[in-house]
Design a protein around this ligand. Structure first.
Ligand SMILES: [Zn+2]
Length: 699
């Protein structure tokens, strides 16, 4: 089926290349107004060959718009400069957002090829704007006069962000410096693209093939079935295959009694990007981190972390290290206790070996059974994806009064994608929400939230957002629907939290917003707090066959097990955060042996051999893309989310007044004011770390 589509599109390319250029425009949906519901992307009409001409046109139009701003003879005003900048680039933004969405969730070789072509073009375009001296002159004039311009608080923030972002992008450099910066940016964007292509290849690789039935020992039926289906899809009929995507890899580690096979699969997972093949990321990581130092130096900072952190709540690397160290000691203590529990089981079974990293999931599962009488497979039947999603929607409804209605008339890029219209209690349209939860070859690993269109309200023209959540959750297998793990349930709630942040956005100028990286996970992580509350579990935890509500006894077990494995999870995460900080506090541009650097980083903090973090430099996409010197943000934001959730616990789980304050001050206004100021407006005080320590058993 896929092959046919591919052939068809080649034929179209051949067909259109013979036609005049104007005809290309005529059937390219990016050159038209979308007459779809809420102007959602017409995915049925969008073909790969439409992107390049649309990108070219978008770049050209944006360039013209910028020229018009620069060549305006009137003296700079907020309206003719900042507001005009906010309005510019809308054609390009529309193309780029659709392309970005497909590149992450539904890519193929054609799209990857286009990405390689347009990445340097877009990098150049961004630099052409941010390094434009005439444009910066206008912004500088406004910035100097900002107190006299009678601006609203949001306008002041926006102007301040523009000025700061221009300076941070090199606007104050001389011509030679600007040229250097352009080269660095272009190389960085290409390396980052190559890194993600390599990661995708290595994650989709088959980590383990089993042809002997005995080697399936311990695996639940549905895991075996999924492995058989994967093998069949890879033309290995009659065998069982395990990929390095989480839904395939984690259950194998949890249940397989074959220690040597667990080791094999685990090593394949952590070695992604480190296999000395054409997809190796070692050199790329070394080069990227070196280039980041060069860029920081050029812009007047000692390290990349200094450059990144001044815009975050943490402000500097000392504050981040202090914070990570504060958590490290109690976390490693707890992890050691967890390892001891597992070693006890191994010894009782006369295992005669020391617990290793690839044993952790297997024995953790046993501890869970022994200590908490809880087995993940007892829970999955109550976590049918559709029910969990409906549960997450219901939580949002109870908090904010909003409604979700499935829409079958809105086009999607893959049949797995489901679309919902989100409205206020009174029926007023808020935006569109797409969910795309199952893994496939063209999707990168992990889960994320983004949008095909952002909210804005320039000149009183309110634009509603189109938001999507993408995940890689357990798929339906055979006759069974998609039954999620607890981890996946949490992730689904988490991503919906990001989506609500985008859906509730109520700001005028989207481009001038600046949400600190260590604040952005607050809206998402707070949602995870509701996911496993007994009252909420009863709302959505229905057995997929009988429809019966999850029994109290099972809910109690989940409650009892809430601290289970928290030592491991915190240590694994903190180790990755330290690694990220170590890479980005380098002050020299020397290229490095990535494996040695990483080994030293983990040795320095005293990471125990029983825990090998799954986030390693050659496949640590967060560190390369978007979260450099920022992986700590998740636990920084966890202080905020635990403290914020406490506000609900102090009243009621669905307290409307508290929810309204959270929506109005935090979700709707993210990025329009200082993050701590917004938080204090919601909470009435600064956040305290206590709630997080208690939640993780680290107190
Ligand atoms: Zn997140």
């Amino acid at each position: 089926m896929k092959k046919n589509i591919f052939l068809l599109s080649i034929m179209i390319i051949i067909g259109t290349s013979a036609l005049a250029k104007s005809d290309t425009k005529n059937d390219n949906p990016f050159f038209k107004k979308w007459k779809t519901p809420y102007e959602t992307p017409p995915f049925n009409q969008i073909k790969p060959e439409h992107f390049l001409p649309a990108f070219q046109e978008g770049i050209k139009l944006e360039k013209n718009e910028i020229d018009a701003i620069i060549n305006n003879n009137q003296k700079p005003s907020f309206k003719n400069t900042i507001e005009a900048l906010e309005k510019s680039g809308s054609f390009l933004d529309r193309v780029n957002r659709v392309f970005g969405g497909l590149s992450g969730a539904n890519t193929n070789e054609e799209l990857q090829k286009i990405a390689r072509t347009i990445t340097p073009m877009l990098s150049k375009q961004r630099d052409d704007i941010s390094l434009n001296p005439k444009l910066f002159d206008r912004i500088k004039v406004l910035y100097a006069e900002r107190d006299k311009l009678k601006l609203s608080p949001e306008q002041i923030t926006v102007l301040d962000n523009y000025y700061t972002n221009f300076v941070r992008s090199g606007a104050n450099l001389n011509d030679e410096g600007k040229e250097k910066l352009r080269k660095i940016n272009e190389e960085l964007s290409m390396l980052s693209l190559k890194f993600s292509e390599n990661s995708l290849k290595e994650t989709n690789a088959i980590g383990l093939v089993i042809d002997n039935k005995d080697d399936l020992a311990g695996l639940p039926d549905d895991v075996v079935k999924a492995a058989a289906e994967l093998a069949r899809s890879k033309k290995m009929e009659g065998k069982w295959a395990f990929s390095l995507q989480k839904p395939s890899f984690i259950p194998f580690l949890q249940y397989s009694t074959k220690r040597d096979l667990r080791e094999k699969l685990f090593k394949a997972y952590v070695n992604r990007g480190n296999n000395h093949n054409e997809y190796d990321n070692n050199k790329i990581v070394s080069r990227i981190t070196s280039l980041r130092v060069s860029r920081a130096n050029l812009l007047g900072y000692k390290t990349h972390a200094d450059f990144v952190l001044e815009r975050n709540m943490a402000k500097n690397s000392g504050a981040v290290y202090n914070f990570l160290n504060l958590l490290w000691k109690p976390a490693i203590k707890r992890a050691n206790a967890e390892a001891a529990d597992m070693q006890k089981i191994i010894d009782a079974e006369h295992g005669n070996f020391k617990l290793a990293a690839w044993d952790w999931w297997y024995y953790a599962e046993k501890v869970k059974k022994e200590k908490y009488a809880l087995d993940e497979s007892m829970l999955r039947p109550y976590f049918k994806m559709e029910n969990v999603r409906a549960g997450a929607f219901e939580v949002a409804s109870k908090l904010y009064g909003i409604k979700f209605k499935e829409r079958n008339d809105i086009q999607v890029y893959n049949p797995d994608v489901k679309v919902f219209e989100v409205t206020e209690a009174g029926g007023k349209h808020i935006g569109i929400f797409y969910s795309d939860y199952f893994p496939r070859d063209g999707k990168r690993s992990g889960a994320w939230s983004s949008g095909f269109r952002g909210q804005s309200n320039i000149g009183g023209k309110f634009i509603t957002p189109l938001v999507y959540n993408v995940g890689n959750f357990s798929k339906p297998t055979g006759d069974k629907p998609a039954l999620l793990s607890i981890d996946e349930v949490n992730t689904l709630f988490h991503e919906l939290g990001h989506a609500l942040n985008s859906l509730f956005s109520n700001t005028t100028y989207p481009g001038g917003k600046s949400v600190p990286r260590d604040f952005v996970e607050l809206p998402s992580q707070i949602m995870e707090n509701w996911a496993l509350e007994p009252e909420v579990l009863k709302m959505y935890g229905k057995h997929y066959q009988t429809g019966k509500t999850i029994p109290d006894e099972l809910i109690q077990k989940i409650e009892n097990a809430k601290l289970f494995n928290q030592g491991f999870e915190t240590v694994e995460y903190l180790a990755a955060s330290f690694l990220d900080m170590d890479w980005h506090t380098l002050a020299d541009t020397n290229e490095r042996d990535v494996q040695k650097f990483e080994h030293d980083a983990f040795a320095k903090i005293g990471l125990i051999p029983e825990i090998e973090t799954r986030y390693q430099s050659t496949n640590f996409s967060h560190m390369i893309q978007g979260y450099s010197a920022g992986y700590y943000s998740y636990i920084w934001a966890a202080v905020l989310d635990a403290d914020a959730f406490q506000a609900f616990k102090e009243t009621t789980l669905f307290d409307r007044k508290t929810a309204a304050a959270f929506r109005n001050f935090v979700l709707a206004k993210s990025g329009t004011e200082d993050a701590m100021t917004l938080y204090k407006k919601f909470r009435g005080r600064e956040p305290k770390v206590d709630a997080l320590l208690i939640r993780r058993g680290l107190n």
